[in-house]
Design a protein around this ligand. Structure first.
Ligand code: GDP
Length: 297
């Protein structure tokens, strides 16, 4: 998911580590190239600028340029700064699902991969954490979306709340809560309706559901291929509804990775998972350390 960026940075750092002695100007030149590479990966300009500033502060002191392996020192500083940039609070991939039944609210735009991700998460909670999971679709405007979740539920062996025609999302959320409690479920996932754009109705509906469900986690699903747009969508959702974490989908595509790099710095929200395909097991925890390692090769 970061192939281009990784390749570009690899080139810059190769030259740096092979150079032996380094002047402050050499470091500055290299960091300018890093900045260009970040911008090409669709990292937003303020984020790229802040990142370089933070690295520069640590990398231009005499302790680096006068060290025996100045190039490697710079690479290490970039690596550590990347981890800081990417890291959020809490353990990666861990969701707050104690105190059963724990509600998880799934929000996002239509087509972002929300329903697929709901099923992926349910499967993961069931298989890896041994949780009893219930899923409910609140997308009353799109019966096909409700059926899609029911079909996915059958595929992964996770129960879905029976569909009752004519119910509004808040009523469904309440029914899910009752069913989850009565049925002895550990977690219930509420798959809210998505729309093509963030509009009043979408926000009002998600907020009303949030208020009755009182979710332990509100996960925003965004399409990682949309780059900076994904970050803008996250900012808006967080302002209006409040999210606890982000799932970036389609990171198996030819995305340049910018959304993953900017998300935390811009929104303050951690990326908890990335979607890496259409199948229900194509979900990976987002580990800042591993991602930084992958980017720097
Ligand atoms: P929703 O409208 O947000 O609920 O979106 P869906 O879950 O229906 O997903 C829309 C399309 O994106 C479907 O064809 C999914 O199979 C596909 N999709 C979802 N997540 C991923 C992902 O991580 N990678 C890829 N390649 N496709 C995905």
């Amino acid at each position: 998911m970061f192939e281009n960026l990784s390749e570009r940075l690899g080139g810059v750092f190769d030259r740096l580590t092979k150079a032996g002695a380094l002047s402050e100007d050499d470091v500055k030149t290299a960091l300018r190239e890093v900045r260009t590479a970040l911008l090409e990966a669709d990292v937003s300009l303020p984020v790229a600028r802040d990142f370089i500033k933070a690295v520069q502060k640590k990398a231009t002191g005499a302790s680096v340029t006068k060290s025996v392996t100045p190039g490697q020192q710079v690479v290490k500083i970039v690596h550590d700064e990347l981890v800081t940039f990417l890291a959020g609070e809490g353990e990666p991939g861990k969701l707050k699902v104690d105190n059963p039944p724990a509600p998880i609210l799934m929000v996002g735009l239509q087509g972002s991969g929300k329903t697929t991700t709901t099923a992926k998460l349910a499967k993961r909670l069931k298989e890896r954490e041994g949780k009893r999971v219930l899923m409910a679709s609140l997308d009353v405007n799109r019966p096909a979306a409700m059926e899609q979740l029911a079909i996915l539920g059958q595929q992964i062996g996770v129960d879905t709340l029976p569909i009752v025609k004519g119910e509004d999302p808040v009523t469904i959320a309440k029914r899910a809560k009752t069913q989850a409690a009565m049925g002895g479920y550990d977690v219930y996932l509420l798959d809210t309706a998505g729309r093509l754009h963030i509009d009043q109705e979408l926000i009002a509906q998600a907020a009303a559901v949030r208020d009755v469900a009182n979710p332990r986690e509100t996960l925003l699903v965004v399409d990682g291929l949309t780059g900076q747009d994904a970050v803008n969508v996250a900012t808006e959702f967080d302002d209006k509804i409040g999210v606890t974490g982000v799932v970036l989908t389609r990171m198996d595509g030819d995305g340049r990775g910018g959304a993953a790099l900017s998300m935390r710095a811009v929104t303050g929200k951690p990326i908890k998972f990335v979607g890496l395909g259409e199948k229900t097991d194509a979900l990976e925890e987002f580990h800042p350390e591993r991602v930084a390692g992958r980017i720097l090769g």
